[in-house]
Design a protein around this ligand. Structure first.
Ligand SMILES: C[S@@+](CC[C@H](N)C(=O)[O-])C[C@H]1O[C@@H](n2cnc3c(N)ncnc32)[C@H](O)[C@@H]1O
Length: 282
């Protein structure tokens, strides 16, 4: 089968699901992934003929894209902070907004060394591994309730040669954190179940509920618990960083201040939504 016929088939069968640009982007990600060919290399070989095995890979991916299965799960990996991370249905696909959170953590601590860091709800390990790579003298712990997620996170740490200590624990039932830290960071579940109707199928149907959703009755449950534990476990001048639900930003600032933190700051993401909070323990 010729590569150009496959490309036409992608457009024909996916046009009712995705914009043209996104279909092109899927196609090029897959050609890089399956054939190790860049967009430019492919343009120079319009008559490239695929053997049956490679053609089947594309056709299988096409069927899954028709079901709106995420491209990152199809390929089995994604890129985050310039590094490759394995992903599967047990972990949230790392988002660009979370890269912004990491940059804020790094900028806030550029003068400090030998930091003790904890990432709560590590998922694929994207936050803990990125921080461990960027801050080579840091000691990094990472926690998640999900054994399957921790398995992927550990594989990602190995692939990226990052030294992270993974801990399986339910943060909501923990009485205290086992040691003290200079930085505690978390991107916990924060989408209210009532927000499901505004979400796209690829997220709703395939990304793990455990990573995404909280009950409408208490949407700040993770922030309250992590905030309280962090206020005790953080060292003097330690920082708590959260990724947040933009619709709950003001409530969250009040909550974090009520716990006792000083200089609680909100930060917007590139889309202009309140997406992060930084709080200082004096
Ligand atoms: C929004 S995802 C964040 C994943 C990753 N840190 C990221 O930024 O892409 C939230 C993570 O919290 C974990 N989680 C959910 N409930 C938890 C609990 N009670 N204790 C610890 N981790 C929990 C989920 O398994 C999931 O990996």
């Amino acid at each position: 089968m010729y590569i150009n016929s496959i490309k036409s088939l992608f457009h024909e069968r996916l046009i009712s699901h995705y914009p043209v640009q996104e279909i092109n982007s899927f196609f090029h990600l897959l050609t890089e992934n399956y054939l190790n060919k860049s967009r430019l290399e492919l343009a120079l070989e319009p008559d490239l003929k695929l053997d049956q095995k490679d053609a089947d890979l594309f056709l299988d991916a096409l069927s899954r894209l028709e079901e709106e299965y995420p491209i990152q799960y199809i390929m089995g990996h994604t890129e985050f902070m310039g590094r490759r991370f394995k992903v599967n249905k047990n972990v949230l696909i790392p988002r660009p907004e979370t890269e912004e959170l990491i940059l804020w953590v790094l900028n806030s601590n550029s003068e400090r060394t030998e930091l003790d860091i904890l990432d709560i709800g590590t998922g694929s390990g994207c936050i803990s591994i990125s921080l461990s790579k960027q801050l080579s003298d840091a000691r990094v712990d990472a926690m998640d309730i999900s054994e399957e997620a921790l398995r992927i996170a550990a594989e990602n740490a190995k692939e990226n040669k990052a030294g992270v200590n993974f801990i399986q624990s339910d943060i909501l039932t923990l009485k205290s954190l086992s040691r003290s830290y200079d930085i505690i960071v978390s991107n916990p579940p924060y989408v209210r179940k009532s927000e499901k109707s505004e979400m796209k199928n690829n997220v709703l149907k395939y990304e793990p509920d455990l990573a995404l959703f909280v009950e409408d009755e208490d949407p700040l449950i993770f922030y309250r618990k992590i905030g309280e534990l962090a206020f005790i476990a953080l060292n003097k001048s330690g920082y708590l960083f959260f990724e947040i639900n933009q619709f709950l930003a003001e409530d969250l600032v009040k909550l974090i201040k009520a716990i006792g933190f000083d200089s609680v700051e909100l930060k917007k993401d590139i889309f202009g939504s309140d997406r992060m909070i930084r709080a200082l323990k004096k």
